[in-house]
Design a protein around this ligand. Structure first.
Ligand SMILES: Nc1ncnc2c1ncn2[C@@H]1O[C@H](COP(=O)(O)OP(=O)(O)OP(=O)(O)O)[C@@H](O)[C@H]1O
Ligand SMILES: [Mg+2]
Length: 310
């Protein structure tokens, strides 16, 4: 009978391989917990992001959105559970990840040109100074700059560029290594509506043409809601994952914030009232606009409704 067992072995192996979704996922968190000292930011977090999927990460200040990205970048270790990128454990210097960090102002006096910034993104993962390596580097940097439509200003110093121009180059820097996963930390911050739309569309185009998975941290969901497949909403250790229609409701947000939150639809957009976080103090009078109905173009929005916050 032992021959029968052996005959079954290949079939069993095949089944196990077919059933293992982790290697197909671009990002996978299982039972993840992140703590600093005795403070736990979140725990029991399971999240699987498919190649080409666009996931928005929302939540008030301090809820652990940037820290989540840092876990995936291998810069922060989990207290429990696992984090995997394209089937391999999260680690620093992972060429499968492109990262647009939470915005820092470019130091005045640093004479870095746009093309240099994008080049740094390429050098981060590769070494080699041979002629062929240098030609390939030039080609890849030029392609990334073209991908974000920055040819016209890429050779200027960064400090002379507008915020939108800088941000396009930062996206190019994240894309130049041809990543499988793009982590964006509030990439629309301080951009006007036209540039918000432009940057969001660049990222959306990338995931559609290259199957790059996108984790997009934002307080401004309005400009991206038509692009978002799923939302991860973090509040004070609690979280929900689902489509925008599932998560962005009065019921779910009231549960997350443990207070009455109302999600209203105003002129085709979602307005979230009563989250009580820091943006209230910044003059939005408790009314937080979270985004348009799916399918509604961002340019239809009235600008005064864009003071959104998660
Ligand atoms: N290395 C660290 N050591 C201790 N505490 C940390 C560390 N990194 C982050 N924190 C704390 O963890 C919490 C979450 O920080 P994080 O930057 O992830 O928040 P966030 O959701 O990105 O907030 P924001 O919307 O303001 O960017 C904050 O209270 C922060 O002070
Ligand atoms: Mg942050």
């Amino acid at each position: 009978m032992s021959s029968t067992v052996r005959d079954q072995e290949p079939a069993l192996t095949e089944r196990v391989e077919r059933r293992a979704p982790s290697d197909a996922a671009a990002v996978r968190l299982d039972g993840a917990r992140l703590s600093f000292g005795d403070r736990t930011l979140w725990q029991d977090l399971d999240l699987e992001v498919a190649p080409g999927e666009f996931v928005a990460v929302l939540g008030p200040n301090g809820s652990g959105k940037t820290s989540l990205l840092k876990v995936l970048l291998g810069q922060l270790g989990l207290g429990a559970g696992t984090a995997r990128i394209a089937g391999a454990p999260a680690r620093t210097g992972n060429p499968d990840i492109g990262y647009v960090p939470q915005q820092k102002t470019i130091d005045a006096g640093v004479q870095l040109r746009g093309v240099d910034l994008v080049g740094l993104g390429y050098d981060g993962h590769r070494w080699g100074l041979g002629l062929r390596a240098r030609a390939e580097r030039r080609r890849r940097v030029a392609a990334a700059i073209a991908e974000v439509g920055a040819e016209r200003f890429a050779h200027a110093p960064l400090e002379t560029m507008s915020g939108g121009e800088q941000q396009r180059l930062r996206v190019a820097q994240a894309l130049v290594g041809d990543p499988k996963v793009l982590l964006c930390d509030e990439p629309l911050l301080s951009l006007d509506l036209a540039n918000q739309r432009l940057v969001a569309e660049l990222i959306d185009k990338r995931r559609r043409t290259h199957d790059t998975a996108v984790l997009f941290v934002t307080h401004e969901i309005n400009p991206i809601l038509p692009l978002v497949d799923r939302v991860l909403y973090l509040v004070d250790g609690r979280f929900r994952i689902g489509t925008p229609e599932q998560v962005m409701t009065s019921e779910v947000l009231s549960e997350l914030y443990r207070t009455q939150v109302d999600v209203l639809r105003v002129r085709g957009r979602l307005v979230v009232v009563g989250t009580g976080d820091t943006m209230d103090a910044l003059g939005s009078a408790g009314a937080h606009c979270h985004g348009a109905d799916s399918g509604r173009a961002p340019e239809n929005a009235a600008p005064e409704q864009d003071s959104s916050v998660a």
